[in-house]
Design a protein around this ligand. Structure first.
Ligand code: CP
Length: 323
């Protein structure tokens, strides 16, 4: 718990990163997620828990999964939603980030779900506003709700992450998913190995609770889960890899390489995939791939996060019973 990072739900504030959270914080969110997953399986998957509250989706970068799942989560909780997308806003007329935030807050937003290309933006916004702030991905820094939905998916299939051997493979350097995932998986007891060429690793991994390998073939037959990362070409300078073809040959999860995974090993990817680059299309669609489970679990996890930040009753069904 910390006032500027992580989950300071104790004072009803923000979710800015996995950094600063403890195992108990993660387990609490995953337990509450179980409740919302159950609600999601009902014929009418909706509870009035956040009726009268407003969730603002403030996206300065493109998104399909995160934005739509937060929107679905808010609606299943009966909250109102406001959506801001940079491309159709007054940013083009010189509106500042602070102005944008103040405008959205003045429309009654109780929580700002923010994605921005610059690391630290949600933390900055949290200093300006009395609304709750959720980091929906800030530059190459963190993507905490992705890590939560990934941990939930692993736990759903395995019961617990304790002792699991998880490889996170690919473009670690640019990956907020990797940073949040490493912290969450290791807090929950998994052993994490980063697999990448040196050029796609951060210059220093001091303090990261990980092992490092440059050879996926060396470790693939001992993994419980293989988490493939999207090659983030939009964030690349030239020269980080010799060529995409060589990268795929060395680090891509081809059908042939995937055959070397243990029989019950899981395959994950945060999406969107680059089929044929970091993962073959048939591997992404294989039975052991849990990519669509990750997508579906994103709604339940985000319901839990919104509820824990904004809910004033201990149980979402209490409101239903009171009405
Ligand atoms: N995984 C993820 O953040 O996907 P989107 O960019 O589609 O939100």
């Amino acid at each position: 718990m910390n006032g500027s990072t992580g989950w300071d739900h104790g004072v009803g504030r923000h979710l800015l990163g996995i950094e600063g959270m403890g195992r108990g914080d993660l387990e609490r969110i995953l337990e509450v997620t179980d409740r919302f997953a159950e609600i999601g399986r009902r014929p009418i998957p909706k509870v009035p828990a956040l009726r009268g509250r407003t969730v603002a989706l403030v996206f300065f970068e493109d998104s399909t999964r995160t934005r739509l799942s937060f929107e679905t989560a808010a609606r299943r909780l009966s909250a109102d939603t406001l959506t801001f997308t940079a491309g159709s806003s007054s940013l083009s007329k010189g509106e500042s980030l602070r102005d944008t935030v103040e405008v959205i807050r003045s429309y009654g937003a109780d929580v700002l779900v923010i994605r921005h290309g610059m690391a630290g933006t949600p933390h900055r916004v949290a200093q300006w506003t009395d609304a709750a702030v959720v980091n929906a991905g800030d530059g190459c820094h963190e993507h905490p709700t992705q890590a939560l939905l990934d941990a939930y998916t692993l736990r759903e299939h395995r019961g617990a992450l304790d002792g699991m051997s998880i490889a996170i493979v690919g473009d670690i350097l640019h990956s907020r998913v990797a940073r949040s995932g490493v912290l969450a998986f290791s807090l929950l007891g998994a052993e994490v190995t980063l697999v990448a060429p040196t050029t796609l690793l951060p210059p220093s991994l001091e303090g990261w609770p990980v092992r490092v390998s440059h050879d996926l073939d060396d470790i693939i037959d001992s993994l419980d889960a293989c988490y493939m990362l999207r090659m983030q070409r939009e964030r690349h300078d030239d020269g980080l890899i010799p060529s995409l073809r060589e990268y795929t040959a060395d680090y891509g999860l081809s059908a042939r390489r995937a055959e070397r995974l243990p029989k019950d090993a899981l395959i994950l990817h945060p999406g969107p995939t680059n089929p044929g680059v970091e993962i073959a299309a048939e591997v992404a669609a294989a039975e052991r791939s849990v990519i669509l489970d990750q997508v579906a679990n994103g709604v339940s996890v985000r319901m839990a996060v919104l509820f824990l930040l904004l809910g004033s009753v201990p149980d979402p069904d209490d409101v239903a019973e009171a009405n």
